[in-house]
Design a binder for this molecule. Structure first.
Ligand SMILES: CC(C)(COP(=O)(O)OP(=O)(O)OC[C@H]1O[C@@H](n2cnc3c(N)ncnc32)[C@H](O)[C@@H]1OP(=O)(O)O)[C@@H](O)C(=O)NCCC(=O)NCCS
Length: 180
């Protein structure tokens, strides 16, 4: 298991398909969690969830550029509370663009604790200081107010609506790398 990052309350680490699939399934089988996510985020069984985690890790190895999707592990309870991701935004055909996004998904029981903001902040730092990205975006459905608030807490700048990614209209938020 590789820990990528650590904060006061959280550890950001690689997914372990064998042992994490059940907890990931509990997150992604909850319609409240997937409400604003694409249809493809929904899963129907622990086994298909495990397969999805395996495929995600394979894609990370293929890209080999430090981007991916990680588990957010809560130190206090030693449970997985969600996902944090930093990856290339896909165009309407699902092909990677040169733009990078940060994203967050938390299990329902862990909303309202500031975990998305805490994990998002350390992920943005990683994108700027380790991956040397000049700018990181977030894309959010216009009705997803909880997620828009996370971008605000992280100091991301609202840019407006865009159709460039995922083949749908989304709100775009941007953060530039800090000046050296
Ligand atoms: C989007 C999502 C991650 C936001 O979760 P969240 O809990 O509202 O966001 P945070 O983890 O940053 O928590 C912030 C909240 O915790 C509260 N909070 C409590 N303790 C806190 C602390 N120590 N630090 C910061 N905030 C704290 C804040 O006041 C804030 O509450 P508010 O929204 O009532 O003002 C969550 O709604 C989710 O997983 N949704 C489903 C998946 C999804 O749509 N993802 C986004 C796709 S773009």
């Amino acid at each position: 298991m590789t820990n990528l990052l650590e904060t006061e309350r959280l550890i950001i680490r690689s997914w372990i398909p064998e042992s994490d699939a059940e907890q990931a399934f509990a997150i992604y089988s909850d319609p409240e969690v997937t409400h604003f996510l694409g249809k493809s985020s929904r899963v129907t069984s622990i086994e298909s969830q495990r397969q999805r985690l395996i495929e995600g890790i394979e894609r990370m190895h293929q890209r080999n550029n430090g981007t991916g999707s990680w588990a957010i592990f809560e130190k206090e309870s030693t449970t997985i509370v969600g996902t944090i991701l930093l990856k290339q935004l896909p165009d309407k055909d699902g092909l990677p663009t040169q733009d990078y996004e940060v994203g967050w998904h938390l299990r329902r029981a862990s909303w309202g604790k500031g975990y998305a903001t805490e994990a998002g902040r350390v992920m943005l730092n990683y994108g700027f200081s380790v991956l040397n990205l000049p700018v990181i975006y977030a894309v959010v459905k216009p009705e997803n107010h909880a997620s828009i608030r996370v971008t605000e807490r992280l100091g991301m700048k609202p840019i407006g609506r865009t159709n460039k990614y995922y083949g749908i209209e989304l709100l775009l938020f941007q953060l530039d790398a800090p000046e050296e």
